[in-house]
Ligand binder design. Structure first.
Ligand SMILES: [Zn+2]
Length: 167
């Protein structure tokens, strides 16, 4: 067994007139996360969890804010690139568990769509991708409508590579 765990965190301000995209799913709302890319806070937290598990740096290092080619970028494509990078290093993904923290909008109707989009990009079973939504009970930036945060953990596995090297 050769498994590792990684943790990711991301947060963005919410601003009027921005698209609200989480896990590649567009959610109707009057504000949306502000950022250089599409500011998909869930995709960003999961990307950092995966990179962290493999000790391959972080999303900002691979796709810098300062680089105009990532302006407005589809973060699910960045997540796919992270998945490819891990695969090149021999890592396959075991499972993902993520929590989004925001007061509004209510995310429950969109959770399974997010899980399916993420599972498709990461080539995982639906059951291996968990997404949960929480409020912070009105407290802090995630409670007053000024921001959104996401946390994620990822398990990755290199047993197959290790086994094939042994044989
Ligand atoms: Zn972000």
């Amino acid at each position: 067994m050769n498994v590792r765990v990684g943790h990711g965190f991301d947060a963005h301000q919410l601003a009027a007139g921005r698209p609200f995209i989480l896990g590649g799913v567009t959610i109707p709302h009057e504000t949306g996360p502000l950022g250089h890319s599409d500011a998909d806070v869930l995709a960003h937290a999961i990307s950092d969890a995966l990179l962290g598990a493999a000790a391959l740096g972080d999303l900002g290092g691979h796709f810098p804010d300062s680089d105009p080619q990532w302006k407005g970028a589809d973060s699910m494509r960045l997540l796919a690139a992270v998945h490819e990078l891990l695969a090149r290093h021999g890592w396959s993904i075991g499972n993902i568990d993520a929590t989004i923290v925001v007061q509004k909008p209510k995310l429950a109707p969109f959770i399974d769509d997010m899980r399916q989009r993420l599972a498709d990009v990461l080539e995982l079973d639906f059951a291996a991708v968990s997404v949960k939504a929480k409020t912070s009970e009105g407290m802090g930036y995630t409670g007053d409508g000024s921001g959104i945060a996401a946390y994620a953990v990822a398990l990755i596995d290199r047993s197959r590579l290790t086994d094939s090297r042994r044989s």
